[in-house]
Design a protein around this ligand. Structure first.
Ligand SMILES: [Zn+2]
Length: 468
């Protein structure tokens, strides 16, 4: 038996109480890194100990072995417990003995047909789902299946109580996903590929990594094999040991890459869809987001992959480098979110609560007055929301026509230049640099930077600065 942490025990008690009160189907909500599988193992163990049959349904086959290991450690009696991938369970329904309890991992998928047919086949079983994000893209709420949501501690709480590492989130956008179309609930894959699969983008991603995360064990999430391979190649050109993995990579090769990463021989693992939902990935210190997504679930799973604590490094700070603006759609990993079982149409749109530091690209909560990374101060009267990003977005890096800042014809070009170049000493140009150059080149600066300009420029410079 693996002992439960106090908040895990509390969640188990709350689930028991709900089922004791006659609930037939409940969904437990626990943030990534909250130790979901230990809780599931604990519940399965006490069910089998009482002679009740358990069916555990997982979303991916890679998870079966992993969960079987955890369940064994938790003392689950496997003569009464079946662990299976959803498609496999579906095919073998007729041969599967009737369970008393069905556990559903990644329960935000539960409205898909394969899950529904399992539930319909065993109408007498109690259904207990687990997820960090109880919603499904563009579809009905989970209320169609679950009678009650039982929420556990938040991601913020897990960080504050040292169950997760704190993080720094940088949003240097190398591509603008806002014009992409939607297909099956997420961005059109072909359009994403056309947007992302550019040498200049791979190169800039590596530059940013060298600046912000050099040497850190890093997982890069890409949208296509071409992008992932291109990014890995760009890392290798800089002498960084990087490898690419996708669903078609032979098992043995995958294993070798992951083992190499665990031992620190491979520094960067670029992948497509492999490390999304729980695939047993080694811990890492940094994630690089190169796949624009409309899925909050995917965003949270990917960005939080770096946040597991490391007993050998109690001061670990996870790094998240977002090159596709996912934060502009979904906010930060530990934003407080209100969940409900209702369908999306009925829910109020939740307001994003982040803004970006114009000096260092850090993404911080809107309420923050001073950037915790570079000490940039937002003036109270400045009302900056995520729209600020538009000015500093690195649009179409590949087509950037100029190489010297003096050729910049607008503030936007100047900011683009600043974000894609480095000073001779290898350091980044600060926001103040753009303001100085705007004065010299006579370029107009957006009105909302007026208070920043007052602070950052000499008085004679400020008087020469034009605003638009
Ligand atoms: Zn900053």
């Amino acid at each position: 038996m693996i002992p439960l942490r106090p908040y895990q025990q509390e969640l188990v008690d709350n689930i028991r109480r709900a089922i004791g009160q006659g609930r037939h189907s409940v969904c437990a909500v626990l943030g990534c890194g909250g130790g979901k599988s230990v809780i599931q193992g604990n519940i399965a163990a006490s069910a089998t100990a009482r002679g009740n049959r358990v069916l555990f349904v997982v979303h991916r086959k890679e998870l079966c072995q992993q969960i079987t290991n955890t369940f064994t450690a938790c003392g689950v009696d496997f003569s009464l417990c079946t662990v299976g991938m959803v498609q496999t369970v579906c095919r073998r329904l007729a041969k599967t003995p009737e369970p008393k309890l069905i556990l559903v991992d990644e329960a935000h998928h539960i409205l898909s047909q394969s899950y529904l047919s399992i539930l319909q086949h065993f109408p007498g079983a109690v259904v207990l789902g687990f997820t960090a994000t109880p919603q499904r893209m563009n579809e009905g709420g989970l209320g169609a299946v679950f009678e009650e949501l039982i929420e556990s501690v938040s991601t913020e709480w897990l960080i504050q109580n040292h169950y997760l590492a704190p993080y720094k989130y940088y949003g240097v956008q190398l591509a603008d996903a806002s014009k992409l179309h939607t297909k099956r609930g997420d961005y059109d894959k072909a359009e994403v590929e056309a947007l992302m699969n550019k040498r200049a983008i791979f190169g800039s991603a590596v530059e940013n990594w060298l600046q912000l995360a050099k040497g850190k064990q890093t997982i890069v999430y890409c949208s296509s094999i071409a992008t992932s391979e291109g990014t890995a190649a760009a890392f290798r050109e800089q002498g960084i040991n990087a490898m690419h993995l996708d669903g078609t990579t032979p098992q043995a090769q995958r294993q070798a890459a992951v083992e190499g990463f665990r031992r620190g021989e491979v520094t960067v693992l670029c992948n497509v869809d492999l490390f999304g939902e729980g695939f047993d990935v080694p811990d890492c210190d940094c994630v690089v987001l190169m796949r624009p997504t409309k899925s909050l679930t995917l965003h949270i799973q990917q960005s939080m992959r770096s946040m597991r604590t490391n007993p050998n490094n109690p001061d670990k700070v996870a790094l998240i480098l977002d090159h596709v603006g996912n934060f502009t759609r979904h906010g930060l990993p530990d934003d407080v979110r209100e969940w409900s079982l209702e369908s999306k149409a009925k829910k109020k749109k939740q307001e994003l609560s982040v803004k970006q530091c114009p000096n260092c690209f850090a993404v911080v909560k809107s309420a923050v007055q001073e950037c915790p990374y570079c000490k940039y101060v937002w003036e109270k009267e400045e009302r900056e929301g995520p729209e600020v990003v538009e000015d500093i977005i690195l649009q179409e890096v590949a087509r950037m026509p100029y190489s010297k800042h003096i050729e910049c014809k607008s503030w936007a070009q100047l900011e683009l230049f600043r974000s894609t170049h480095k000073r001779a000493d290898g350091k980044i140009f600060k926001f103040a640099w753009s303001l100085h150059k705007a004065v010299q080149l006579g370029l107009a600066v957006p009105e909302r930077y007026r208070s920043a300009a007052i602070r950052l420029l000499r008085q004679d410079e400020y008087r020469r600065l034009k605003f638009e």
